[in-house]
Design a protein. Structure first.
Ligand code: TYD
Ligand code: MG
Length: 453
C-alpha cells in the first residue's frame, strides 16, 4: 500500500494535501515539494520523563573508538581521496558532469572490491550487457561482481536484504524512484527520498554505498547538491573537456581530509592512476615565457606544482575584463587592487586573463603571490627567472602571509628541479633544503624585486 503524500513548502515548511503553484501559507511561488507524510506524533505522549527510555547517555571516554575498518578499492588514488580506503558502512556520493568517468571509475573499484567482499552494481542507466562488455574490455576481474538493473528502490533494497552485498554502487541516483512518491524519477523529492532509504539501509546493515550523481544544469536543485548533508563523503569529478586528466576531489569527508585530490588519466583502458601529478600540470616551456609562474599548492595532504598563466592586454573597453579560470574571480580583482596600492602598478586600462594549466582548480590562498607574479610578468612582457617557484598569501595591507606546510612545499619544488623559491618569511625553512635557494619575503614590494629592477 502506498503511504500518503503531502506537499511541503521549501520556504516555510507548511504542509498541504494538494499541490499548488503558490504556498497558501507564506505566499512563495513554486516551493511545494512532494514528501512522504510523517507519522502523527504519539497521542499518548506522557511528557519527557519516560520519553528517553531505550536510549542511553554515555561518557565519551567509555565509547570504544576503534579506527574505522578500511578496505582498499584497488585504486590508490581513490583510496587517498576517501581518506585511506573505503570505510565499512560509509556512504560516498560521487558527483560530476555526464560522461566524465563516474561509471568507469566505480566499475573499476567495484571489480577490485568484489575479490574481497560480495559486491553489487545497481544500474538504472545502462543494461547489464553494456556493463559486462565494458568490464570485459577493461580486463577487470569481474567473475564475482553481481549486476542488477532496476530502478525501484524498494525492490533493490529487498534484493539487497537477500543477497547481502557488503558494497554497492548505485548508478545513478537520478534514475531511482521510491514507490511511496508519485513524482518522476530525478525530481528533488524522489532523489532525496531514494537516497534517504539507501542511506538508512547502509547504516543499518553496514553495507558501504557509492551513490553516483550527475550534476545537472539545475545542479543546485535536482543534482547531488541536495544529498550532500545526508552522506559521509562527497567526491566531485573535475576535468576539462578535451583533456585526459580527471581529478577527483573530496568536498566533504567524515573520514579524511577535505580538498584531497586524486589524479587520473582517462585512457582507452579506463582510468589510470597518475602517481606523480606535478608532472602533468607543468607545461615545461622550451624557453622561459612571459606571463607564466609556477605555484606550489597543497590540495588535501599532498603538495602539487601547478603552472599559472596570465595574459594582460590593453583593453578597448571602459570596464576592462578580469577572467580567471581555475581560480576565484573576486580574488583576482582583490589582488590587482593590492598590486596597485602596494606595488604601484595599475591595471585599470588592461584586460587580465588568468588560467591554471591542466584544468585543476586551486582553492587556496597560497596562489596569491604566484598569480601576481604571472600578471606582472605578462604586463611587463618579461619572463620570471628560470627555475623559480613561488607560494604565499597576499594580505590587503600588502603583507605576504604564511600558509600551512611551507617546508613540505619547498621540498616538493626541489624534487622537481626548481632552484629558487619565493615564499612568505614566516614559512622559510629552518634548515636549508638541498638544491633550492629560499627567498623569504615580508612585503609585496620585496617580492617584486625578483624581476631584478
Ligand atoms: P562514463 O564512466 O560512462 O561517464 P559517466 O558515468 O560519468 O557519465 O565515461 C564515459 C566516457 O569515458 C566516454 O566518453 C568514453 C570514455 N571512456 C574512455 O575513454 N575509455 C574507457 O576505457 C571508458 C570505459 C570510457
Ligand atoms: Mg555513467
Amino acid at each position: 500500500m502506498k503511504s500518503k503524500t503531502r506537499y511541503v513548502c521549501r520556504e516555510c515548511g507548511a504542509s498541504h494535501p494538494k499541490w499548488a503553484g503558490q504556498c497558501g501559507d507564506c505566499g512563495a511561488w513554486n516551493t511545494l515539494e512532494e514528501a512522504v507524510a510523517e507519522k502523527p506524533a504519539n497521542p499518548r505522549f506522557a511528557g519527557y520523563a519516560g520519553a528517553g527510555e531505550g536510549a542511553k547517555v554515555v561518557a565519551l571516554s567509555q565509547v570504544s573508538a576503534a579506527e574505522a575498518e578500511r578496505t582498499t578499492t584497488g585504486l590508490p588514488e581513490l583510496d587517498r581521496v576517501l581518506g585511506g580506503g573505503l570505510v565499512q558502512g560509509s556512504v560516498v556520493l560521487i558527483g560530476g558532469d555526464p560522461g566524465i568517468g563516474k561509471s568507469t571509475l566505480l566499475i573499476q573499484a567495484l571489480a577490485s572490491l568484489s575479490e574481497r567482499m560480495p559486491a553489487l552494481y545497481v544500474s538504472g542507466e545502462e543494461s547489464a550487457e553494456q556493463i559486462a562488455l565494458r568490464a570485459r574490455r577493461l580486463g577487470l576481474p569481474a567473475e564475482r561482481l553481481e549486476l542488477l538493473t532496476e530502478t525501484c528502490v524498494e525492490r533493490i533494497l529487498a534484493l539487497a536484504a537477500r543477497h547481502r552485498p557488503r558494497v554497492m554502487v548505485m548508478d545513478s541516483i537520478q534514475t531511482f524512484y521510491s514507490e511511496q512518491l508519485s513524482s518522476a524519477p530525478g525530481s528533488v523529492s524522489q532523489v532525496r527520498e531514494s537516497a534517504a532509504q539507501l542511506v538508512r539501509h547502509a547504516k543499518g546493515s553496514g553495507t558501504s554505498l557509492f551513490l553516483v550523481g550527475h550534476v545537472t544544469k539545475e545542479g543546485a536543485l535536482a543534482g547531488p547538491r541536495v544529498l550532500e548533508h545526508m552522506v559521509d563523503t562527497v567526491l566531485y569529478f573535475e576535468g576539462e573537456a578535451g583533456s585526459q586528466v580527471r581529478l577527483v576531489r573530496a568536498i566533504k569527508n567524515r573520514f579524511g581530509a577535505v580538498n584531497e585530490l586524486g589524479v587520473f588519466a582517462m585512457t582507452d583502458k579506463g582510468l589510470k592512476q597518475v602517481s606523480n601529478p606535478s608532472a602533468i600540470f607543468l607545461s615545461r616551456h622550451q624557453a622561459q615565457v612571459a606571463g607564466s609562474a609556477i605555484l606550489v599548492t597543497r590540495e588535501g595532504t599532498r603538495p602539487l606544482l601547478v603552472e599559472v598563466q596570465a595574459l594582460v592586454d590593453q583593453s578597448p573597453l571602459g570596464n576592462p575584463r578580469r577572467v580567471a579560470l581555475g581560480l576565484e574571480q573576486n580574488r583576482l580583482a582583490m589582488l590587482l587592487a593590492v598590486l596597485h596600492r602596494h606595488g604601484g602598478v595599475g591595471m585599470y586600462d588592461q584586460d587580465v586573463f588568468l588560467n591554471v594549466v591542466g584544468g585543476v582548480r586551486v582553492t587556496e590562498t597560497a596562489a596569491d603571490l604566484p598569480v601576481l607574479l604571472a600578471v606582472l610578468s605578462s604586463f611587463r612582457d618579461r619572463p620570471l627567472p628560470r627555475g623559480l617557484a613561488a607560494f604565499g598569501e597576499v594580505g590587503l595591507a600588502g603583507e605576504i602571509r604564511p600558509v600551512p606546510s611551507g617546508e613540505e612545499r619547498v621540498r616538493e619544488a626541489a624534487k622537481h628541479g626548481f632552484t629558487r623559491i619565493l615564499l612568505p618569511h614566516a614559512n622559510r625553512p629552518r634548515r636549508p633544503v638541498k638544491g633550492i635557494e629560499a627567498i623569504p619575503v615580508r612585503r609585496l614590494a620585496e617580492a617584486l624585486e625578483v624581476f631584478g629592477d
